[in-house]
Write a protein that binds this ligand. Structure first.
Ligand code: ACM
Length: 761
């Protein structure tokens, strides 16, 4: 074959291949992506006279569930009956021995019918979830759809999960969510093939489970009269006057557990001790070391009031965990163990005595003593303890399962020690974090975890041995609800990030592909979510603005995580419309510019997002800057990056941070330069106010010896200070910002000073 013939051959083969691939892809818009699938070019039509069969008793409930699911959109009353062999025009569920894992399934669709085989009813249930995604998106509608038949593409799927623990958590303490919502949450987990629901039932802001022996836990601990408005770390906190109250009765808990069981989901209760226990202490103040009154917290954070390591407290907890164990058939009870402030322990003569008695020399060892005592209680109830990774500190109970949230280090350490590990690193799979930096995102606690960031999370670090990796049994996403007050808001934080985590947990690692997921399967899923009337975030379509200093030029770039998204922008701070410039290439910024951008989502037929960045090419850009005392690692460059942070939501990455020290910066302008204004940014302005400095001073010099004060201000207000003065020629500028705010938190004696830019004009 000569070269040109070869290329013609190659081109026609590629064309043929891509033609073949088109129906293949079209049939496979299933998330999480199955292990293997081969696609035919025919289909099965579900009609009003189709039947649903099951081969044995254990398969009956799945068959029934499918019939119920199909009834609303199709209007079909499909009969469900037992049958050993598959009949024409039927959907058959069969429990048989197949060479797949216990949760695996084989799904076959031919023009004659559908057959799902599995070793267990659980496998059949997951197979049904895949079948659901093979049907048109309208099948998700809970209203009748006028359609003559429902086509299911011909396909042969073999599928099984990668991880045995595929979890999602829900915090019902910070805001209470009723049983109806919890059931919908469980339905969403089932659809995405999660198999664990961790119910975070207690925290500082509310106790949400009835305990017969201690009625005050819910009489007092389930209610708070008001809640902080704005960010909990704002320097001028305000409170609303809205009571947040609610708890689940035992009958409701049992109902939810049964509901989850029917959907092959295990419910793991979390009763968080010895910290995050203000609500428990509000009800029973005698459980603390100081025994003083404690309130159900109206703010969010970490609090000093903790349970005391005393015999009566362990006895109390013994009763609580016993009642909890009776309600939840799960093998596990989560005991929290996170973020324990040890101040009250160190102040307590009783704890001092305990430390002497048990040769405990550090507060971490007291925590370890506490956790081991509770682990024993849980073990005696026939259950296994799960705890957040803090329970590793000071020595961990032998069989405890570690849930690694402060990153992955705790999980890695625990896996090396031979503990089972569930990864839940906040940097990736905490769904209370922002999904984009666009200003139309609802207020969130902190941090950013975009859809792509979630998708790219890998729970088993490659530097661990295969044996160590095997201790990592899965991962769990978390939905903390400090700022999430409503079901609609919860939906927004979950969708579509839940699907990205589902793929990590279920799909084979080699099957994962961001482009396949984001370009091909996500659009199908988004259509499905629309049919479900979910409040879905289109945040990964939204613009991401960044800038860099290229020589002396400030250059802005706008991208979107979803490749191919059309982005429109303005340079004057006005709202972009479809008539604005469409972004094509990087923009050179020559004057102070408020860049704004929005993305067009064709499915919605509208623009989404509100990306803003104020860029300022000022005199000090690219000039040498010397700090009298160091900024936190890597953060000093933020003083001179040409970006102001005040029109973004808060991100620690925008700021130079000064712990325990003032800012004193000397800027060398290279030559005598006329200056008349300095701007200093110190507040995010949006969603989270940072503490301003108490005093700012700007000085000029021609020799770095003699300094002349050019401007100063006392107690400036955010988001930035503009210090103007009569034009003067100087080579050196000194900017001093005094940081003298004391903190209420004993762990941080002085609040850090955040400065985002020193702009010179
Ligand atoms: C946690 O986020 N404090 C477990």
């Amino acid at each position: 074959m000569n070269q040109s013939v070869f290329y013609t051959f190659l081109q026609s083969s590629l064309l043929l291949f891509s033609l073949l691939l088109t129906p293949l892809c079209a049939a496979l818009q299933i998330t999480p992506k199955p292990l293997s699938a081969s696609v035919g070019n025919d289909h099965f039509n579900l009609t009003h006279d189709s039947k649903i069969t099951f081969n044995q008793q254990q398969a009956q409930s799945v068959a029934q569930q499918l019939a119920t699911f199909l009834r609303s959109p199709t209007g079909y009353q499909l009969p469900v009956s037992q049958a050993d062999s598959t009949t024409k025009n039927s959907i058959a569920f069969k429990i048989v021995d197949i060479p797949l894992s216990q949760e695996g399934y084989a799904l076959s669709v031919t023009p004659e019918g559908v057959e799902i085989q599995a070793n267990t009813a659980t496998g059949l249930f997951w197979g049904m979830q895949s079948l659901r995604q093979l049907l048109p998106a309208e099948i998700e509608s809970r209203m009748p759809i006028n359609q003559a038949n429902w086509a299911i593409p011909a396909v042969e799927i073999k599928d099984q999960p990668r991880f045995s623990y595929r979890g999602m958590h829900l915090d019902v303490s910070r805001h209470f969510f009723d049983v109806a919502f919890v059931k919908r949450y469980i339905d969403w987990l089932a659809m995405h093939k999660f198999n664990v629901f961790q119910w975070h039932l207690t925290d500082d802001q509310g106790w949400r489970i009835a305990i017969d022996a201690y009625p005050k836990l819910t009489e007092i601990g389930a209610t708070r009269p008001h809640t902080v408005v704005g960010h909990t770390y704002d320097y001028q906190p305000l409170f609303d006057n809205k009571t947040v109250s609610g708890f689940y009765t035992k009958a409701q808990i049992k109902d939810v557990v049964e509901y989850a069981q029917a959907r092959h989901i295990e419910v793991i209760p979390e009763i968080d001790i010895p910290g995050h226990s203000s609500a428990m202490l509000a009800a029973y103040p005698e459980l603390s070391c100081h025994q003083l009154a404690v309130k159900v917290q109206p703010q969010f954070g970490i609090f000093e009031d903790v349970l005391c390591p005393r015999e009566d407290v362990f006895a109390f907890l013994g009763v609580v965990y016993k009642e909890v164990a009776e309600l939840f058939p799960s093998q596990y009870i989560h005991i929290g163990g996170d973020e324990v402030i040890k101040k009250q322990w160190l102040e307590s003569p009783e704890v001092k005595k305990l430390m002497q008695q048990h040769q405990l020399t550090t507060p971490e060892q007291v925590q370890s003593y506490f956790i081991k005592r509770v682990a024993k209680i849980v073990q005696n109830l026939g259950k296994t303890v799960i705890g957040w990774d803090e329970i590793l500190e000071g020595g961990v109970a032998d069989d405890a399962v570690i849930m690694s949230w402060r990153g992955t280090e705790g999980g890695i350490q625990a896996a090396k020690m031979g503990h089972q590990v569930i990864m839940s690193p906040y940097q990736y799979i905490y769904f209370d974090a922002y999904q984009s930096r666009n200003l139309d995102e609802p207020k969130a606690i902190h941090g950013l975890s975009s859809l792509k960031n979630v998708y790219q999370y890998e729970p088993q670090p490659s530097h661990l041995s295969a044996e160590q990796q095997a201790f990592i049994i899965g991962a769990q996403g978390a939905l903390w609800t400090e700022y999430i007050k409503t079901p609609r808001h919860a939906e927004y934080m979950l969708f579509p990030r839940l699907s990205a985590l589902a793929e990590t947990l279920w799909s084979n690692k080699t099957q994962k592909s961001w482009s396949d997921y984001s370009q091909y399967r996500l659009p199908a899923l988004l259509k499905r979510y629309q049919q479900m009337h979910l409040n879905t975030a289109y945040s990964s379509h939204k613009p991401i603005i960044s800038s860099e200093i290229n020589g002396q030029q400030l250059v802005a770039t706008i991208i979107s995580e979803i490749a191919g998204t059309a982005i429109y922008y303005t340079l004057d701070g006005s709202e972009p419309t479809l008539q604005s410039q469409q972004y094509q290439k990087p923009l050179v910024i020559t004057d102070e510019t408020q860049l704004r951008a929005r993305s067009y989502v064709s499915d919605l037929g509208q623009l989404v997002g509100d990306a803003r960045l104020t860029l300022s090419p000022h005199l000090a850009l690219g000039k040498e800057i010397t700090l009298a005392s160091l900024a936190a690692e890597g953060s000093a460059t933020k003083l001179q990056d040409g970006q102001f942070a005040y029109d973004q939501f808060y991100s620690v990455d925008d700021y130079a941070i000064f712990y325990d020290t003032d800012l004193e910066a000397v800027i060398d302008l290279d030559a005598s330069t006329q200056v008349q204004q300095v701007k200093l940014g110190f507040d995010s302005g949006r969603h989270r106010q940072l503490h301003p400095p108490t005093h700012i001073q700007v000085l000029g010099s021609s020799d770095k010896q003699q300094w002349q004060t050019l401007a100063e201000v006392n107690n400036p207000r955010g988001p930035m200070s503009v210090l103007s003065f009569a034009p003067v020629s100087v080579r050196f500028l000194k900017v001093v910002a005094i940081n003298s705010k004391q903190s209420d938190d004993i762990q941080i004696p002085k609040l850090p000073l955040y400065i985002d830019e020193i702009a010179v004009y």
